[in-house]
Ligand binder design. Structure first.
Ligand code: G1P
Length: 289
């Protein structure tokens, strides 16, 4: 029997330098796509996958992320007094079970692997999900739900994967692949950001993972990898051979919201899915293209 998946880690300590000056005084994960901040998409996706406990790995200047999921008592009272029921409704989605979000600080930016290691006390002996809020996925079934189902069926580590153009392998964690049924891929190796000529495939990891707690032991060695950072990919690679490890070609479209073009594309794609906005957006888009 596989242990139920109830925990998620959200690494949110990054500086967001690519979005300066917008991110000077606020966290990049607070940037909205249409009207919801990236962090909220991540939390909602995780909840839809059955996650009940969250750990945000934060850093300096990231308090807005914690505030966002708190009860805004004065705001709610004002909205009630003014009969703003729609606005009150919008706030509801930011309310989580008391005590379900904890934070730890990553004091020094030593890499994604180090950020996950910072959550080790939260993870304990349980399987856990990781969501990188920069990666936004538009899909019928929430992306992490798809991974959680694959985890239940395989009982092992599962990462969300997608094909990328060869020349882009140096931006991602890349899989070496074994058996492949078109959807689920057996992972036989993992390399972080290989140059196209060294890449074992063009199947890349996106920011959704279900991992076994043993990865922490490997990360704790603090070995430096690509970019002289402690890479999650390197820690995961050490699990291969000892535990089942799969890549899942998820159904859906991924937007890299850490990149300006990806972020703008996400605005349009998500707005076009909104019944209250789609027609207006489609209308004005025609005047630009
Ligand atoms: C991180 C991971 C990489 C993964 C990517 C997905 O890279 O290290 O393996 O493919 O996220 O977005 P980063 O985007 O932090 O450079």
């Amino acid at each position: 029997m596989t242990k139920p998946l109830r925990k998620a880690v959200l690494p949110v300590a990054g500086l967001g330098t690519r979005f300066l000056p917008a991110t000077k005084a606020t966290a990049k994960e607070m940037l909205p796509v249409v009207d919801k901040p990236l962090i909220q998409y991540a939390i909602e996706e995780a909840r839809a996958a059955g996650i009940e406990q969250f750990c945000m790995v934060t850093g300096r200047g990231k308090t807005a992320l914690v505030e966002h999921f708190d009860v805004a008592y004065e705001l709610e009272r004002t909205l009630k007094e003014r009969n703003k029921s729609e606005a009150l409704e919008a706030l509801k989605a930011t309310q989580v079970e008391p005590g379900s979000i904890v934070t730890v600080r990553q004091q020094v930016p030593l890499g994604l692997g180090h950020a996950i290691w910072c959550a080790r006390a939260f993870i304990g002996d349980d399987p856990f999900a990781i969501l990188l809020p920069d990666d936004l996925v538009l899909s019928e079934t929430p992306c992490l739900r798809q991974l959680a189902d694959a985890y239940r069926d395989t009982g092992g580590n599962v990462v969300a994967v997608t094909e990328v153009p060869r020349e882009q392998t140096n931006r991602y964690g890349i899989l070496r692949i074994g058996k492949d049924d078109g959807r689920l891929v057996e992972v036989t190796g993992l390399v972080e950001k290989p140059e196209p000529k060294d890449a074992p495939s063009n199947l890349s990891i996106i920011g959704r993972y279900v991992l076994m707690p043993e990865v922490i032991g490997h990360l704790s060695k603090m070995e430096r990898g690509a970019g002289n950072e402690v890479q999650l990919t390197d820690g995961m690679a050490k699990l291969i051979g000892n535990q089942p490890f799969y890549g899942l070609r998820y159904e859906g479209r991924r937007f890299d919201c850490g990149d300006k073009v990806g972020f703008l594309e996400a605005q349009i794609a998500f707005a076009l899915k909104r019944p209250d906005l789609a027609d207006a957006v489609r209308g004005f888009l025609k005047t630009y293209v």
